[in-house]
Ligand binder design. Structure first.
Ligand code: ZN
Length: 159
């Protein structure tokens, strides 16, 4: 059973004016963007945590601390690529991942194929293995009021 591992990740970022909204490595036109030390890509961060969690390797903040100036404004694609390099160094590859993004606006569905393509490249996999879903929060709470966005990710790794 050590050959098949499951992992889960979740991430939240505050939405503010004058920031870009980058989700799944894709720059999405939006009046509000995500606040964070890095480029604040909520989906890539959740995926990093799911992959690290699958192999019990702590979390993204442990590997890429937000107190380190080296990571200020960093493209989170680099964080996912580095995370996956660690996963590969342990002899694992991706079985599949399933993710959900919670964002009231803008509509994310048109951008999902591009996110899948981008993520597949970063984790050396096929788009068919990268499931991304998007939903709103029905105008309720901080997510529904566009004060924040959230992403969940699960992933299966195998040797
Ligand atoms: Zn994050």
């Amino acid at each position: 059973m050590n050959d098949i591992r499951i992992g889960f990740g979740v991430d939240v970022h505050q939405l503010v004016a004058d920031r870009k909204l980058i989700i799944g490595g894709v720059d999405i036109p939006s009046d509000l963007g995500a606040l964070g030390h890095s480029d604040a890509d909520v989906l890539l961060h959740a995926i990093c945590d799911a992959m690290l969690g699958a192999l019990n390797l702590r979390d993204i903040g442990f590997h890429f601390p937000d107190t380190d100036p080296k990571y200020k404004g960093i493209d989170s694609s680099i964080l996912l690529r580095d995370t996956f390099a660690l996963i590969q160094s342990k002899g694992y590859r991706l079985g599949n991942m399933d993710c959900t993004i919670i964002a009231e606006k803008p509509k994310l569905n048109p951008h999902i194929p591009e996110m899948q393509k981008r993520i597949a490249e970063l984790v050396n996999s096929e788009e068919e293995r990268i499931s991304i879903k998007a939903t709103t929060h029905e105008k309720v709470d901080s997510f529904g009021e566009r004060r924040a966005i959230k992403a969940y990710a699960t992933c299966l790794l195998f040797k």
